[in-house]
Design a binder for this molecule. Structure first.
Ligand code: AMP
Length: 367
């Protein structure tokens, strides 16, 4: 749908595609602003349902359910980037979808994503499309070892990717793609992983949160720390990347760009890894350490409201609670300086994100 339409009445109800913890936190943040949320998700046990004004349990290709959803909301947003293109197009013909379909298209496919970043002049790992074993052999001879082969679509938390360190790995790595189109990336010898979260409004104004430094454990985010241990110029460059990506996508809402930080003879360098066209796990600390969280910023943006300033008032470490780590949550409730957020998931499973703890301290860095 064309956007913005000055004659359109204010957004009162936001439709959220996807009912996981991100949808839940969006609905909670929206409620604080007086926005109602209707959550659409095929899983009847979705954590977001508990905190939304209404729910639709249906498949993403159920057009009758999607039409019903569109009729009940003023705008649609999403909490995951793998929203099928047909679903987004169907909804977009009826109600504004924010962020728009371009943000989805670019971020759903690693090849499109890296091509987009390269065209913007943002460095990425060297990459080649791989559809056949011959493509892989040719790509590795150009990129060299080590490298990582990833499915172009539907990969997350390290799933659908294989590191290749010598020629004997090639056939096995190719088989692991199960015939799916893939991308070979050169291995980036990064020192740290950081991310940048930018919120962009309907009017094109953007605000960017302070840059977190992210630590993963078994491919799943474990800690985000702010302030990150990096030079002020590097943080500014990261912020500029977030804003450039948001503007080039015509994005409305929060977008996260995952970045590798390298230490080179010329100083710190940034290499972009991935774009998430949505609120992001590495922004959960904003709930406790900023005046306006990433969730509130996203809901403000999609509702066409002023974004405000996401000023950080505290230093913070966010810890994801994964699987059994969420047992005995009382110990976090008793901890000074800690703020616990549980996602209300009934079943604990290994590797499942169950909640997070934000630990704040008075801000130490200069403003
Ligand atoms: P991704 O699914 O692309 O976000 O990758 C998951 C994790 O694998 C990243 O957070 C990195 O720790 C690691 N990784 C992915 N791609 C590369 C690469 N090209 N070089 C080095 N590490 C990588």
């Amino acid at each position: 749908m064309p956007d913005p339409d000055p004659a359109r009445p204010p957004v009162l109800t936001v439709g959220i595609l996807g009912g996981g913890q991100l949808g839940r936190m969006l609905a909670l943040a929206g409620a604080r602003l007086g926005l109602k949320s209707v959550v659409f998700c095929p899983d009847p046990d979705s954590p977001a349902f508990d905190v939304a004004a209404d729910r639709i349990v249906a498949a993403y290709d159920d057009e009758a359910a999607l039409a019903d959803f569109a009729s009940r909301v003023d705008v649609v947003t999403y909490e995951f980037e793998n929203v099928p293109a047909a679903t987004a197009a169907f909804l977009d013909a009826r109600v504004p979808v924010r962020p728009g379909t371009r943000s989805l298209a670019v971020s759903q496919d690693r090849l499109t994503e890296k091509t987009f970043l390269t065209e913007l002049g943002i460095p990425t790992a060297p990459f080649r499309a791989v559809d056949t074993l011959d493509d892989l052999t040719a790509a590795i001879s150009e990129i060299g070892f080590p490298a990582v082969l990833k499915t172009r679509r539907f990969g997350y938390d390290g799933k659908g990717q294989v590191k290749i360190t010598d020629p004997d790995d090639l056939a096995h790595a190719f088989e692991a793609m199960n015939g799916a189109p893939a991308i070979l990336e050169g291995w980036v010898p990064f020192r740290r992983e950081i991310s940048v979260l930018t919120a962009r409004g309907l009017d094109g104004q953007a605000v960017t949160f302070d840059v977190p430094e992210n630590e993963h454990s078994r491919h799943i985010l474990k800690f985000s720390r702010v302030p990150a241990d990096l030079r002020a110029e590097t943080a500014e460059r990261a912020e500029a990347i977030g804003e450039k990506v948001a503007a080039a996508l015509g994005h409305v809402g929060v977008v996260a760009v995952e970045l590798f930080l390298l230490e080179t003879a010329e100083g710190e360098r940034l290499v972009a890894n991935e774009i998430a066209p949505r609120v992001h796990n590495s922004g959960h600390w904003t709930e406790s350490a900023c005046l306006i969280s990433q969730f509130e910023a996203h809901m403000r943006a999609v509702a066409g409201l002023p974004l405000g300033q996401p000023t950080r008032h505290s230093d913070v470490v966010m810890e994801n609670l994964i699987g059994d780590e969420a047992l005995d949550p009382e110990r976090f409730l008793a901890e000074p300086g800690a703020s616990l957020h549980l996602y209300g998931k009934a079943e604990i499973r290994p590797g499942r994100k169950m909640g997070h703890v934000n630990r704040i301290r008075p801000r130490t860095d200069r403003r």
